[in-house]
Design a binder for this molecule. Sequence first.
Ligand code: GLU
Length: 498
Amino acid sequence: MKDKNHLSKPSDPDTSGEIRVRFAPSPTGYLHLGGARTALYNWLFARHNRGIFILRIEDTDRERSESRFQQQIIEDLQWLGLTWDEGPFFQHARKNLYIQHIHTLIQNQKAYYCFCSPEELEKKKEEYALKHLPLHYDGQCRKIPPEDAIKRIKAGQTPSIRFRTPDNGKTELRDLIRKKILFDNREFDDFIIVRSDGEPTYNLTAVVDDALMGITHVIRGDDHLSNTPKQILLYQALGFRIPQFAHIPMIMGPDNTRLSKRHGADSVSQYRELGYLPSALINYLALLGWSYDDRQTLFPISELIKKFDLKKVNKKASIFAPQKLDWINGKYIRQLAEPEFISLSLPFLFKAGLLDKDTLKCPSPTTIRILLSMRERLKKFCDLPALTEFFFRDSIKLSEEAKQQIFSKKDNFSLLQELYEQLQKIPAFEEKTLEILFQDLIKKKGLKLGDVVHPVRAAITGKTSSPGIFLTMVLLSKDRVLKRLKTILQQFEVIHPD
Ligand code: GLU
């Protein structure tokens, strides 16, 4: 990543056939999954084609842009491994460039000053609405001679600047993902390219930057589809080469509405905090709108780079499926080397108050074995405290299912009683010896292994699932196992007094 400072100029537009793409987030919120997927598709497209991936921060909206969001977006992209080759470029530092191009548009009469006040515009809107007419600006200020406009500005008026949209004709968008779309230019009114406070607007800044940065492919969410014909008109008016466009369909929640906070975690940083691995999130996001052959699900990043192709991006919206993400994350968790798995796990236990600072720095062999015993079933690190707390806390709470497994059978009392007595006498509290003890017990009582394991597990963990019972017992220690069995036996006497 070339870490240029924010005032640096992008390199000259490249005409050598090099592919140049950009991710252009607005720092008005966190990087959400949709944004991360747009960044990923741009990045994969660049890496696949040995092109250039540019990061541009679209922070012209000074009121809504916040540096904490900007920082977080940059950190999240780095965490995901989506490194950029040029930038980050900041639009607020490039205002002079936009002004230059706005003047060119005014000089060529492709744009004009508009002195209509917000109140006048509001009134017109109401009149139009009453007459059921489209809410288009009526072009009133088109007629103002440029010299008059300058005089009014000198006299202190602060106009906005509007683009003079062609009165007729059509604008064609050949999208790389969807079919060709023809827009009737009469659909667009003379849209504002500079607000009356002097700030250039998104359509203008995006076009100037994309052109000056030599962007060859604009890959972005299809929520921008309505902006694209306006941008094409601006490219034409400024005499710029028009890039290729690829609009990626939206991501929907399971209820078929656009994915948002309502559906749970929606920002990359939240997923990071919940204990998802960047490799898993990347893999999942790649599949959320793209597929290779409808069969393969796990793609290491090198394979994604090799196989990613815009032609295989879905034309329909994708539905976010948290279970699939969890499944993929679990797969990647199991691929981690042991030390990495441990060091990623420990902070989650610490945060939940299950470990103290010293153990965090230097975990005991038992803590390590407890964590490793969970690896096979783990889907995300934030599940670890709930899965392991019975190992770390002195007392446990029985789940309803666990209570059911223990107390629904009266015979379990004598079974647990006998086990308790035998465990007291056991010479070594080891997996092998415990297994032999259990086998002898079921033979003697004519039971199946599950008949003993289920109530014992429920009694000593408070749950109906855990790692293998013998390993769980060893990791808990003889002392704790006996104490917990004793507590259960006492409860039995209360529940079944006869
Ligand atoms: N700043 C715009 C956004 O965050 C970028 C749109 C584009 O890629 O042109 O939606």
